[in-house]
Design a binder for this molecule. Structure first.
Ligand code: LLP
Length: 421
């Protein structure tokens, strides 16, 4: 569910016309809907009402400070994966007690940063990482709260580049080895076990892989408690998919996800932690651009826009499908054409859609790439020396530029030409 709809023949973000925003900020730009973000956070929180549960938004999906501030104000926590993200979390007002820190290669400096602040927990992914956390905590004279990320060897069923829960993926500790790792922790004096966690992948549209993985965790909790570990929380990670297409493949609702979790983990007597990213942000954002040219090739038509793969890499990297809508609503009985929607970058892989049946576009038309709020702006880059595009947040009938366009002069100014050239 989102709040990007046609009104009076034009696409709106809540109560603001996207054409008006385009006129003021130029194209391309990302536009986020505050009401959609709030709705998704609340939906997730409500699904676990009455339970000791904390939603820790995975900010890697969209870490704009305005988006983070809005989410922090709703009482949510946050999942971070770098020192940079810890700094963003603090600046946005997340309490340190609601920060969980994931990631396979935490540096000593990042661990120190987390310990100085007193974050809730480090989700540790390997034995050498646990030893490093122990060492840094020892130097600081503190105990580090840790949880072990378990790799349950479960296939989430989505795109292979975003699966994390199979034994061949670099993430977590194989579930058969987990009790050995907790034995190691018992010998490391500056660590304190607080939980156990997992994250099996992203854009998962079926509950089965989740329940398979969570059942494994359930039996591990009992086993670890049996040998004296205090497992206070289970962090179930993120991964719940979103509808990118208007077809029948609708991912499970958070209520169904919650019912499954209560069934497999309801009796464990643990606090639940969740790390949803995409589910919160994807459908809360769109990418608006303009048609530069329409080109009729040999057996193929190209709609060439000002949106490049540097602005949204998902179609290129994961063959991801994003709906494309004209900003002007097509009239009843409109004609369509099968086209490739491509960008200005000098790469064949620079496209938003291939062989897609769409209303007929012409030069100067505005269009929206839908469901671009997660893993969009955060993964943008300046390839081909293209300015980083702005981000806009709409809340009801007002909007603000929440990240300004990074101009070409600013990009060039980052380079240094040594005087010996
Ligand atoms: N927790 C951990 C430890 C993660 O690694 C991730 C995502 C999440 C939570 C949030 O997962 P979500 O609820 O968003 O599925 N760039 C890719 C997605 C990469 C996901 C990385 N990890 C894409 O555009 O599809």
């Amino acid at each position: 569910m989102h709040y990007f709809d046609y009104k009076n023949g034009e696409l709106y973000a809540e109560n603001v016309s996207l054409r008006d925003i385009a006129a003021q900020v130029g194209t391309p730009f990302y536009c986020y809907s505050a009401a959609t973000i709030r709705r998704h956070i609340k939906m997730f929180q409500d699904s676990f009402k009455g339970r000791d549960a904390l939603v820790c938004y995975a900010m890697k999906a969209n870490s704009n400070q305005a988006v983070l501030t809005l989410i922090a104000k709703m009482g949510a926590g946050v999942d971070v994966v770098s020192g940079g993200e810890i700094s963003r979390a603090i600046k946005a007002g997340f309490p340190v007690s609601k920060i969980v820190y994931s990631g396979v290669a935490k540096t000593s400096a990042e661990i120190r940063q987390g310990l100085e602040l007193g974050i809730h927990c480090f989700n540790a992914e390997s034995e050498p990482e646990l030893e490093r956390i122990n060492q840094v905590a020892g130097q600081m004279g503190v105990k580090a709260p840790v949880s072990v990320r378990v790799n349950p060897d479960v296939d989430g069923g989505g795109h292979e580049k975003i699966m994390t829960g199979k034994s061949e993926n670099k993430f977590g500790i194989p579930w058969q080895k987990v009790d050995k790792v907790y034995e190691l922790i018992a010998t490391l004096q500056n660590l304190e076990v607080v939980g156990i966690d997992l994250h099996i992948g992203s854009q998962i549209t079926d509950l089965k892989p989740f329940s398979e993985a969570f059942e494994r965790i359930g039996s591990l909790v009992a086993k670890l408690r049996g040998v004296g570990h205090k497992i206070q929380h289970v962090d179930f990670g993120g991964g719940l998919g979103v509808p990118y297409k208007n077809d029948n493949d609708i991912p499970p609702h958070p209520d169904e996800y919650a019912a499954m979790i209560n069934r497999v983990a309801g009796d464990l007597g643990v606090k639940y932690i969740f790390e949803p990213g995409r589910m919160i942000a994807a459908n809360a954002g769109i990418l608006v651009g303009e048609v530069e040219f329409v080109k009729h090739g040999d057996g193929r038509d190209f709609v060439i826009t000002d949106i490049g793969m540097n602005d949204l890499i998902r179609p290129t990297l994961y063959d991801a499908y994003h709906d494309i809508k004209p900003i002007s609503e097509p009239q009843n009985g409109f004609e369509t054409r099968i086209v490739d929607v491509v960008g200005p970058i000098c790469e064949t892989a620079d496209y938003m859609a291939k062989g897609r049946e769409l209303p007929i576009f012409k030069q100067g038309d505005l269009l929206a790439v839908m469901s671009a709020g997660a893993y969009g702006a955060v993964a943008a880059n300046t390839y081909n020396t293209r300015a980083l595009i702005p981000e806009v947040l709409v809340d009801n009938d007002r909007f603000a530029v929440v990240r300004k366009r990074l101009e070409v002069e600013e990009i060039i100014a980052l380079d240094i030409v040594p005087d010996w050239i």
